[in-house]
Design a protein around this ligand. Structure first.
Ligand SMILES: CC(=O)N[C@H]1[C@@H](OP(=O)(O)OP(=O)(O)OC[C@H]2O[C@@H](n3ccc(=O)[nH]c3=O)[C@H](O)[C@@H]2O)O[C@H](CO)[C@@H](O)[C@@H]1O[C@H](C)C(=O)N[C@@H](C)C(=O)N[C@H](CCC(=O)O)C(=O)O
Ligand SMILES: Nc1ncnc2c1ncn2[C@@H]1O[C@H](COP(=O)(O)OP(=O)(O)OP(=O)(O)O)[C@@H](O)[C@H]1O
Ligand SMILES: N[C@H](CCC[C@H](N)C(=O)O)C(=O)O
Ligand SMILES: [Mg+2]
Length: 479
């Protein structure tokens, strides 16, 4: 594609050089090939401008920059203020503007995005649409799928994924929109058919610094959504509803909202409730336990209603979904206790999964978790406090320590545990910790193993090792 065609819709740029025909675009110099265009991104750990020469050596004939670079005069230079924004727009052009023929439903919030995308997909599938999915666990392109590297991909990768979906005949893409992606313009230029807000509680303050910044990042999704779906039982949902002028549909259990749930019954098998919308009502039987899953399903029901799907189909879609990998996943032991694998990795997530499990725990409730390294440090004692308040016994271990000392992360969590006076044991090695939990559990007990859910690896300082929690638990239970 000609450079002039790639730049359509882009404002505020200066151009010097030939109108080359571009065959590949990239933001990583190492992946550029002949006749390529390279985006120089000023990042957090590196500055893409320093790789301009390498990109040219690898075949780049055009560079998108925000500052001057010293390269061969034959290279076309497109200078912009913000190379991340430019990358989003140029990528859409390069992949043939796939969103002209694909509708996108974006889901944001601290917790519940992955779960909600699965629920939303199931409803749209039940309504007969061909669907695609982008999120933490995997990306689905109609009948194909791939394991995901990130919750919300870089804009260029995202546009390529949209193109794949269009090629597969997908009509609706349901995607998780992380706060990082909103802040780093990975979703810049996308007009969402529907935006769903699940909730906002503490996470990612390493990146956003304050809850206000975190909220403002999330808010961006709703300025570009045709329909905004808002949880009115969440404090930030109440703020959001005041700020948004687009079409809104609200949902809640406690507050008065457009879509509501009443008569909620939670068991270890799932959750039953009555969904109310206008003068209609319908019984819903979710296969996933927890009040938070009632919220996730209400958000999706409200979104489905906003695009004209009827309540019977919504019920069918929600009830078709049997489970989400690594979210409230249950393993029964022959010794009469239950193990729950869950992805809770925030104070609110931990509180929710433990509260909901408490409702059906006959014996002791044992919580096993750690916290990710190189992530929000201030959430760690709060996670400890949340768990210590609810569980009968806590086992504190490692999550993905990344570049940090595992013992240091555990110390941070312990500050919260001490405050609660809950009984605990620290076992740094996660597999040993799981083994210990299975040894001490008795009939009627429930062990909640939180934080890593579907992940099949553990990121240590010097290496990433295979760590498939479900496999490990099953092996230990059969030993
Ligand atoms: C904070 C953040 O999101 N950072 C991401 C971002 O980094 P960055 O823009 O700062 O890039 P950088 O690594 O400094 O490099 C700058 C540029 O130089 C380029 N480069 C670098 C080396 C080289 O040899 N050649 C070269 O061209 C890089 O490709 C990049 O374009 O862009 C990089 C390239 O795409 C990502 O790898 C990196 O994700 C890091 C690893 C990350 O962990 N991100 C997490 C926090 C994240 O995004 N999480 C959210 C989920 C949150 C949730 O679910 O709640 C997500 O959406 O996944
Ligand atoms: N609506 C909710 N409110 C609070 N906690 C929830 C909610 N839904 C799920 N959770 C808890 O949070 C965990 C993560 O859920 P899920 O993976 O759906 O969230 P996510 O927003 O996609 O997370 P991530 O930001 O890591 O992608 C679950 O395992 C559960 O413990
Ligand atoms: N999307 C979240 C996932 C956290 C999962 C947990 N296992 C960890 O590694 O901290 C993050 O990147 O912060
Ligand atoms: Mg997710």
């Amino acid at each position: 594609m000609k450079i002039s065609d790639l730049l359509k819709g882009l404002n505020d740029y200066t151009l010097s050089g030939n109108d080359y025909n571009i065959t590949n675009i990239n933001y990583n110099s190492r992946n550029v090939t002949d006749n390529g265009l390279f985006f120089c991104i000023e990042g957090f750990s590196a500055d893409g401008h320093t790789f301009a020469k390498e990109a040219v050596q690898n075949g780049a004939v055009a560079l998108v920059v925000s500052k001057d670079v010293d390269v061969d005069k034959k290279v076309t230079i497109i200078k912009v203020k913000d190379t991340r924004k430019a990358m989003a727009l140029i990528s859409a052009n390069f992949y043939g503007n796939p969103l002209n023929s694909l509708k996108v439903i974006g889901i944001t919030g601290t917790n519940g995005k992955t779960t909600s995308t699965f629920m939303m997909k199931s409803i749209l599938d039940a309504a007969g649409f061909k669907t695609g999915l982008i999120g933490t666990i995997f990306n689905v392109f109609g009948d194909q799928m791939e394991v995901a590297k990130r919750t919300t991909p870089e804009s260029m990768d995202l546009q390529r994924n949209f193109k794949k979906m269009v090629d597969e005949g997908v009509e609706y893409c349901i995607m998780e929109v992380s706060s990082h992606s909103l802040e780093l313009k990975r979703v810049y230029g996308i007009n969402f058919e529907v935006g769903i807000f699940t909730n906002l509680t503490q996470d990612h303050l390493d990146f956003h610094k304050t809850m206000e910044n975190y909220f403002n990042a999330k808010l961006k999704l709703f300025y570009t959504s045709k329909n905004a779906i808002i949880n009115l039982d969440d404090d930030y949902g109440l703020k959001l509803v005041e700020l948004i002028n687009e079409r809104k549909t609200t949902y809640a259990i406690d507050a008065m909202a457009d879509v509501m749930a009443k008569e909620i019954i939670i068991s270890d098998e799932g959750t039953k409730y009555k969904l109310y919308y206008n003068s209609d009502e319908i019984d819903i039987n979710l296969h996933m336990p927890g009040k938070f899953n009632v919220y996730n399903s209400l958000g999706c029901a409200a979104a489905a209603i906003s695009i004209g799907i009827d309540l019977e189909t919504i019920k069918l879609g929600l009830e078709n979904l049997k489970f989400v990998p690594g979210r409230s996943e249950k393993i029964n032991s022959k010794r009469g206790f239950t193990v729950i694998i869950d992805y809770a990795h925030t104070p609110d997530g931990i509180e929710n999964i433990l509260k909901s499990t408490r409702e059906y725990t006959k014996g002791k409730l044992i919580a096993l978790f750690g916290a990710g390294g190189d992530r929000d440090k201030s959430k760690r004692p709060k996670m400890g406090f949340a768990a210590g308040k609810i569980a009968d016994f806590c086992i504190i271990t490692s999550d993905n320590p990344r570049s940090e000392e595992p013992e240091k992360i555990i110390e941070d969590i312990m500050l919260g545990i001490y405050e609660t006076g809950c009984e605990y044991k620290v076992i740094v090695d996660r597999k040993d910790a799981i083994k210990y939990a299975l040894e001490i559990a008795r009939e009627g007990d429930v062990i909640v193993i939180a934080g890593k859910g579907h992940e099949t690896y553990q990121i240590l300082k010097d290496k990433t090792i295979e760590f498939d929690e479900k496999k490990i638990i099953n092996e230990l239970l059969n030993e």
